[in-house]
Design a protein around this ligand. Structure first.
Ligand code: NAG
Ligand code: NAG
Ligand code: NAG
Ligand code: NAG
Ligand code: NAG
Length: 265
C-alpha cells in the first residue's frame, strides 16, 4: 500500500511538470484522505512540492485545537519530504515500516521541499533560484496561502513551525512573512509558535540553574532540561546529535506535545 503510494507519487511528479499556470496549484489525495500532496507554482517557472499527513490520532478537545506542524529541514538544500519525513518524524521509516515515534501522534504534519531547487521542488531555469532567506520566505508564504486555500481543514489551522539546523533561519524569516500576510488579510492561519531545533543562533539562557529535569517513560535517568521565560521555552536534550527526534524519540515527543499543547493523550 505504502509502496504503491510512493510509486503513484513519482508518476504524478513526472506527469505534472509543465501543466501549471502562475499561482496555481495541483493537489492529490490518498484514497482514505489521510495524505495530500502537490505542487504550487510560487513564481513563474518556480514550483514547490508539499506533502501533508493527517493524524489518525486526532481528537477534538474543546478549547485545545489539534495542531499542524510545518517541518523545515536545514542545509540549505535538505529535503523535508525526504529527510524529515522518512528519517526523523514521519509515519514511515526508510524501509517504509511504521515509525512508532512519529510526531503524527501529536499533530498533522506538513513537509515542504524548501527552498525551490530542494528535493522535488524545482525551477525551470537557473535564474529562478532564491537568492536569500527573505526570498525563500516569500515563496513559502505563497505556498502556504495556496495550500491553506486548497486544503480543507488547513485554513485557520493552529500552525507551529518546527525547524532543524539552517531551517531555523528559514523558520524565523517565514514566521515574520506569514504574520505580515495574515495582518494584511492575505492568509488565514493561526500561527502559534516557532521551534528551532539544533539551529544556528545564540542562546542567552543559563541552563545551569533553576532548570526543570526531563524524564521519560519508566526510565529514571535524566533525559534533558527545560527552562522557560514567559512564552520562550528552551529544551536541552541530552545524548542527542543533530537528529534529536531519532536519538531521543521519547523525550522529544513529550516536548512536541508540550510546545503544541496537543490534545493527544
Ligand atoms: C519503539 O521502537 C523501539 C525500537 O525501535 C523500541 O525500543 C520501543 O520500545 C518502541 N516503543 C513502542 C512504544 O512501541
Ligand atoms: C476561519 O476563521 C474565520 C475567523 O475566525 C472564520 O470567519 C472562518 O469561517 C473560518 N474558516 C474556516 C474554514 O474555518
Ligand atoms: C497581500 O496581497 C496583495 C494582493 O496580492 C499584495 O499586493 C500584497 O503585497 C500582499 N501583502 C502581504 C503583506 O503579503
Ligand atoms: C550559570 O549559572 C551557574 C550557576 O549559578 C554559574 O556557575 C555559571 O557561571 C553561569 N554561567 C553563565 C554563562 O552565566
Ligand atoms: C547541535 O548539535 C551538536 C551535536 O550534533 C552540538 O554539538 C551543538 O552544540 C548543537 N547546537 C545547538 C545550537 O543546539
Amino acid at each position: 500500500m505504502s509502496k504503491l503510494l510512493v510509486l503513484r507519487l513519482c508518476f504524478v511528479l513526472i506527469a505534472s511538470s509543465s501543466l501549471f499556470h502562475v499561482g496555481t496549484s495541483i493537489t492529490h489525495k490518498s484514497q482514505d484522505g489521510s495524505e495530500e500532496w502537490g505542487y504550487v507554482q510560487v513564481r513563474p517557472k518556480a514550483h514547490m512540492f508539499w506533502w501533508l499527513y493527517r493524524s489518525p490520532s486526532r481528537v477534538d478537545a474543546g478549547s485545545k485545537p489539534w495542531p499542524t506542524i510545518l517541518w523545515l529541514q536545514g542545509g540549505p538544500g535538505g529535503s523535508g519530504t525526504g529527510f524529515g519525513n522518512f528519517l526523523e518524524i514521519g509515519p514511515l521509516n526508510l524501509n517504509l515500516k511504521p515509525r512508532n515515534s512519529t510526531w503524527l501522534q501529536k499533530a498533522h504534519l506538513l513537509f515542504v521541499d524548501n527552498p525551490v531547487g530542494t528535493g522535488y521542488s524545482y525551477v525551470e531555469s537557473g535564474g529562478e533560484f532564491v537568492k536569500g532567506d527573505v526570498e525563500a520566505a516569500i515563496d513559502m508564504t505563497t505556498l502556504l496561502t495556496e495550500v491553506s486555500n486548497d486544503i480543507v481543514g488547513l485554513r485557520n489551522a493552529t500552525l507551529y513551525i518546527f525547524a532543524e539546523s539552517y531551517g531555523g533561519k528559514f523558520a524565523v524569516t517565514l514566521a515574520l512573512s506569514l504574520l505580515q500576510a495574515i495582518q494584511a488579510g492575505n492568509l488565514t492561519l493561526n500561527l502559534r509558535g516557532v521551534a528551532l531545533g539544533n539551529s544556528s543562533g545564540s542562546y542567552l539562557l543559563n541552563l545551569s540553574k533553576e532548570r526543570t529535569v526531563l524524564l521519560c517513560g519508566n526510565e529514571k535517568h535524566t533525559k534533558g532540561f527545560t527552562k522557560s521565560h514567559e512564552n520562550l521555552h528552551f529544551y536541552w536534550i541530552l545524548d542527542a546529535g543533530h537528529f534529536v527526534p531519532v536519538d531521543q524519540p521519547c523525550v522529544t515527543l513529550n516536548m512536541v506535545d508540550a510546545i503544541t499543547e496537543s490534545p493527544a493523550s
